[in-house]
Design a binder for this molecule. Structure first.
Ligand code: CTP
Ligand code: CA
Length: 224
């Protein structure tokens, strides 16, 4: 495993990590979310803790083994708005931030107090949603000098081309992009691979490996 043999090279550094999906309620019976399990962010948080970092994990509803959270300072949230409030509060005391959460892209302005019928739902889905603000862009705009920020990108198709455009748009120091249309990477599996943009050497291919092994490589690149 990749848990031992590491220096405590993050000792004295504070890392803020987000993980998992957000959940955006529509009515008392329904919500919008995505297939993120939270595993990549949780393993990143644990690996950083074992390398000596003081870690805070802000996470949406996770579907990983709860034992993986052992020893972590956790801030559980549901919606993107909850996550944004937590980030605004916690960002000032972080030396680095890893934004692994799969934030929902749309939400209802106000969740409905009553349940829609399925006929009403068809109308609602066509009109009642608004975009969620980009939390990563908010982090980048509020960043303090020296604070390092890692973004993530889940892509289908040409991962590298889309990652280049996304990294340029987002303004974070580093962006790790992984495919979600292959069996050995992305949502809900233990392995991953992809591209890291913005590290030493610009574009680095991250070869297939466990999410834990990849977390270790990302931490090495992210360390302030
Ligand atoms: N992100 C965010 N807030 C959002 C959407 C995304 O902070 N409302 C962050 C994610 O946590 C991730 C990065 O932005 O670190 C990229 O997320 P992704 O979903 O790949 O990018 P989007 O900008 O939402 O673009 P799209 O879904 O259209 O590919
Ligand atoms: Ca998105």
């Amino acid at each position: 495993l990749q848990l031992w043999g590491w220096q405590r090279d993050w000792a004295g550094l504070r890392l803020l990590v987000t993980a998992g999906p957000t959940r955006e309620p529509l009515d008392p019976a329904r919500f919008l979310t995505n297939p993120s399990s939270g595993l990549m962010g949780v393993l990143l948080a644990q690996a950083a803790r074992l390398r000596g970092a003081e870690v805070t994990l802000v996470h949406g509803p996770l579907t990983v083994d709860s034992q993986l959270l052992e020893g972590l300072a956790c801030v559980p949230v549901q919606t993107a708005a909850d996550m944004e409030r937590a980030l605004v509060r916690l960002q000032p005391c972080a030396d680095a931030i890893a934004m692994a959460a799969a934030v929902a892209d749309h939400r209802r302005q106000q969740p409905l107090p009553h349940k829609l019928t399925k006929e009403e739902l068809s109308v609602e889905l066509a009109s009642g949603w608004q975009p969620v603000p980009d939390l990563l862009a908010g982090l980048v705009s509020r960043r303090h000098p020296g604070q390092r920020i890692l973004g993530f990108a889940a892509q289908s198709g040409d991962v590298l081309a889309q990652a280049r455009a996304k990294w340029a748009r987002k303004g974070c120091d580093l962006l790790f992009a992984n495919p979600i249309d292959q069996a050995d990477a992305g949502f809900g599996v233990n392995s991953n691979h992809g591209w890291l943009l913005g590290g030493q050497g610009g574009e680095q291919r991250i070869e297939p490996g466990s999410k834990l092994a990849i977390a270790q490589q990302l931490l090495t690149a992210l360390r302030p």
